[in-house]
Design a protein around this ligand. Structure first.
Ligand code: ATR
Length: 275
């Protein structure tokens, strides 16, 4: 049997490295591969899962949203995030879940020893990743959340989407990019920072040294956003741990195996070498 990560482009995906490391350790008779596919072929791959020719898939850009139309049953998280990154077949149904947000939360809790309850949060971006993270933050009884985004309309949509579940979510000004005083964590959910010289300039006034700067980008290992924050004395974390932990949650959905912290570390070491 095979598992795939599908997307376009997919060349640089680290998912096969991560999953095959665990598949080998747990001696499972499957192979995880990457597959670049066109939009037209989404339906076909879902049909292959339904006919149990494929065990399941991870879905990455640009198909996380559009794949939802082929899913029979979505988890609450997938519904809240309006996106699916993990697909599997169970009890005659195609299931879709989204492990991105959970992976992010676990990464910050475990790696930074951070408790989200009542914390003040500043999010940059209003794309798919922001939806995934916000859907999980909602479960953590966090304090006020402020969101800034370049395109005002997307920001409006995101804040309206979450407002009914969380009344203290607010829009923040993109041009000022100033987190409120004593913000506990600042999260970059945009793709801005992947290319050299791309810097998100934050106004650091009013922040304390305990503020965490988190980036979901893992390549480069340190974005300009994280580098500047580190040089100012703030704590920082990139997106590699999140990537591995979202993969671990998918692995559990397919195989029912709860991976250990050592498994997480082993996968991280492999990715670190490959990056
Ligand atoms: P998704 O598929 O996850 O929605 P996306 O459309 O690429 O991904 O957007 C992800 C986020 O990155 C968005 O918040 C986007 O801002 P806009 O809503 O203004 O498009 C942000 N983003 C991407 N490139 C950016 C850039 N050069 N400057 C600022 N924000 C950027």
């Amino acid at each position: 049997m095979k598992l795939f990560v599908i997307g376009k482009p997919i060349k640089h995906s680290l998912s096969p490295l991560i999953h095959n490391c665990w598949i080998k350790k747990y001696n499972i008779d499957v192979k995880y591969e990457k597959k670049e596919i066109d939009l037209l072929h989404l339906e076909k791959i879902i049909s292959e899962i339904r006919h149990e020719k494929i065990k399941g898939i991870n879905v990455t850009l640009p198909y996380k949203k559009i794949i939802t139309r082929f899913i029979d049953e979505m988890s609450q998280t997938a519904k809240d995030s309006e996106a699916v990154n993990t697909v599997f077949f169970k009890e005659n149904k195609i299931y879709g879940d989204n492990t991105d947000g959970k992976g992010f939360i676990e990464s910050i809790e475990k790696e930074m020893k951070f408790d989200f309850e009542k914390k003040k949060i500043f999010i940059i971006g209003a794309g798919g990743a922001a939806y995934g993270i916000l859907s999980q933050l909602n479960k953590k009884k966090v304090g006020p959340v402020f969101v800034a985004n370049r395109t005002k309309e997307k920001l409006n949509n995101l804040v309206n989407h979450f407002k009914s579940k969380k009344s203290d979510i607010f829009q923040s000004n993109w041009s000022a990019l100033k987190p409120p005083d004593d913000t506990d964590i600042i999260i970059n959910t945009t793709s801005f920072g992947m290319k050299k010289g791309e810097l998100i300039e934050i106004n650091y006034k009013g922040l304390t040294n305990s503020t965490i700067f988190a980036d979901i980008i893992y390549k480069p290992k340190e974005t300009e956003f994280l580098k500047f924050a580190r040089l100012q004395g703030f704590k920082t974390i990139n997106g590699l741990d999140m990537l591995i932990r979202q993969a671990a949650i998918s692995f559990n959905l397919w195989f029912g195996i709860s991976l250990t912290e050592q498994d997480i570390k082993n996968a991280k070491d492999i990715c670190d070498k490959a990056c």
